[in-house]
Design a protein around this ligand. Sequence first.
Ligand code: ADP
Ligand code: MG
Length: 701
Amino acid sequence: MKTHTTHTALAYLKGVGPARAELFEKELGIKTIGDLVSFFPNRYIDRTQFYKIGALQETQADVQIVGKITNIITEGELRHSRLKATFTDETGSMELVWFKGIKWIKSALKTQTPYVIFGRINLFKGVFSMAHPEMDLLTEFQKSLQSAMQPVYPSTENLLKKGISNRVVQGIMQNLFLEFKGAFQETLSRELLQTHQLIDKNTALFQLHFPENQSLLAQAEYRMKFEELFYIQLQLLRNNLLRKRKIKSFIFEKVGFFFNEFYEKHLPFDLTEAQKRVLREIRKDMAFGAQMNRLLQGDVGSGKTIVAVLAALIALDNGFQVAIMAPTEILATQHFLSISELLKDMPVQIRLLTGSVKTKDRKIIHEHLENGSLHVLIGTHALIEDKVKFQNLGLVVIDEQHRFGVAQRAKMWQKNHLPPHVLVMTATPIPRTLAMTLYGDLDVSVIDELPPGRKEIKTALRFDSQRLSVFQFLKEEIAKGRQIYIVYPLIEESETLDYKYLMDGYESIIRAFPRPNYQVGIVHGRMKPADKDAEMQLFTAGKTHILVATTVIEVGVNVPNASVMLIENPEKFGLSQLHQLRGRVGRGADQSYCVLLAGTKLTHEAKMRLKTMVETNDGFKIAEVDLKLRGPGNIMGTQQSGILNLKIADIVRDSALLKMARYAAMDILKEDPNLEATKNYPIRITYSDIDLKTGIWANIS
Ligand code: ADP
Ligand code: MG
């Protein structure tokens, strides 16, 4: 005689009542019985089961193993040292690791003596490890009491204070399952369950809260993770479909004079296969009748500009204007120069609009935009001022999207009766799995191939003690006619200290590279834009040998003759930033170098970052490492995306599952875009339920 549904308020569940219900809502956001059942334990304690090292699986569970320590070593120095022990049973070996209390632990550990260890395992490169395990000598353990596999729920201080201990939560769960066991609706289709060998919802929920053994728990976790990722992907992909149906835009059906003339007569090089593929994707989007909303990812130097130019020419062929936005004045100017150069033999009118354009010139630009005689407008934020009105804006290209808000993007749409097509370009590679979740409702193109003949940038890690020989190397490069960047990090909280650090560095560089043989320039955030520009121009023109800078030169700056990027205290930079900086060199025909001049005190993570930089030039690989090291929370754009609100799946650990879930959602939508088929009934019901809820999926736009 079940009277409750999953929508019933928690207060009506036996053992809860109004006071506890209020606490649950306030502390954990749990309002209904349905919320409670998807309140999952974050770990499990099982002191009756013993596991064999050879049979371990990756789960959230703590495990208990009997074995012996066969080897102990200390790694690293001083504060960064760690103690590692090899722990072995008759089926295999794993690693035990301690970061704290090393001295004491080392002296207490006995080798070749049976221990019972207990804790959470981690799998890395095929080896299981356990950090700070609970350890008992087997002889001691056998004298004590052991209890069965217990779920441990997330809690808060307030809950504990009000007496809602883990045991109480377990009791409430027990009541819930006594009432509901076997009555939870299946939320996936039979087809999905079969294809992906997933256990049913009732079993999965029960096993998550009351696991019988590690294997069933692993299956339960797998099923619930799949479900979570599947519904996120379904929603993102379906939003994309709906947007394409709803948001109409211009149909660029023609490829005519502008494109053909340029492509046949003035294209300075053959396009790479990746560039051709991306161009096809863009052409298809723009000829379709729906608004293009495409993200173009390509590592620095992969040749995104030419793709944008060719897309722009298609817009011109169809009688439309094009806007190209860059985040800074330097970048906008650079785009203006390089695009003007590319199109110099074409009858295309191009202008630059930035904050420093004089009122008089500005007026002319406004006029020509409105009467349609200006074809391509390149600029900064100045482009989205209200005064700027296009006669017929058909395409907007946005370079380095993360510096522009979506609101600003939306604003540009309103300058016309139909929104223009939007192409967003970024050189910050985002790991594919993350992009799927972050930009699942955008279309993503990737240029994953560099133009031919590009020499790989050689990256070296050096230490302060080697500074003299590094400087000697710089002098040799300068003697060959090359130019050099030296970049300083922002390290302190205080701008004044950073500034002092940069200036001290600058002074010492000038001492090491004295005038008149050497010319050293400097750019930093405190300079007036005009002064900054002047310094940049001196460097671009080859009048300064060395440019000392903060990260202001991070994005897009293009000086092909610069062949060395020296980064001071690279350990203070994030990986993607280091990679961006390195991308400033290697733009010409000469061999280029990136020197990481590190301090001596390096954390484990900093070492990993620097090692990765030395090992690879591939921006996507770097992005994957970055994601693993820092977690998704620190990667650009994730904070707003809601992917951090995942209940059970983990975007890093479950990336393979994420791909499966995405393809599953794609297949279903391809066959049944409105989820009307009978076999998809459970999916339709669940999907519409999620749509209404303000739950975990609400912030994904
Ligand atoms: P990014 O993707 O970083 O914006 P750019 O568009 O600035 O890269 O291109 C980097 C350099 O590579 C430019 O000098 C450009 O002219 C050149 N380039 C682009 N595509 C090709 C190609 N297919 N073959 C040879 N050089 C190319
Ligand atoms: Mg670029």
